[in-house]
Design a protein around this ligand. Structure first.
Ligand SMILES: Cc1cc2nc3c(=O)[nH]c(=O)nc-3n(C[C@H](O)[C@H](O)[C@H](O)COP(=O)(O)OP(=O)(O)OC[C@H]3O[C@@H](n4cnc5c(N)ncnc54)[C@H](O)[C@@H]3O)c2cc1C
Length: 130
């Protein structure tokens, strides 16, 4: 999270460049005037050995050298589908645990939100059929 930066608060920005975020993209999501979630996601196997933090620091240093950092969030997403069984014992996975990430964007909030109720409805229907 950066504040004191200059951008159009009515727009989101997505920047695609292997120099900035190999295999992924960088973003600016406005939160308020002069305040934005500024980040990037990348595919680790496509980097030149630098980690995501190093790519992000380099991009911010070029684009918003005077921005003040007020928060920092990191994480990984599992965007590759595999044929692992997505049922764990007597419970159903959903969201990231079920690899519901969009493989193009790396986004998974809506998938997780909608996947949970969908899985629950499916389980309820299966129980009722028994
Ligand atoms: C930096 C970053 C930026 C992202 N940006 C976007 C974006 O802009 N748009 C988008 O759509 N997606 C984005 N994503 C992906 C998105 O965050 C995930 O797809 C989404 O949060 C998955 O939701 P979930 O409920 O499946 O899992 P999570 O949000 O990971 O929730 C799982 C929860 O379970 C808890 N937990 C784990 N183990 C246990 C345990 N044993 N007992 C109890 N609790 C446990 C965890 O603490 C966590 O709170 C981003 C991810 C990252 C890392």
């Amino acid at each position: 999270m950066l504040q004191g930066i200059d951008f159009n608060p009515d727009a989101i920005y997505l920047q695609f460049s292997n120099a900035i975020a190999p295999g992924g993209y960088a973003w600016i999501f406005p939160k308020a005037v002069g305040v934005a979630n500024v980040g990037l996601g990348l595919v680790a196997l496509k980097t030149n050995g630098r980690n995501a933090r190093e790519y992000l620091d380099a991009w911010i240093a070029r684009r918003f050298p005077n921005g003040a950092r007020t928060g920092y969030t990191v994480g990984g997403v599992h965007r590759a589908y595999d044929d692992q069984e997505d049922v764990c014992g007597r419970c159903h996975d959903r969201g990231d645990a079920a690899h519901m990430i969009n493989p193009l964007s790396g986004g998974g909030i809506v998938n997780a939100d909608e996947g949970g109720p969908a899985r629950s409805r499916g389980a309820a229907a299966a129980i009722l059929r028994r």
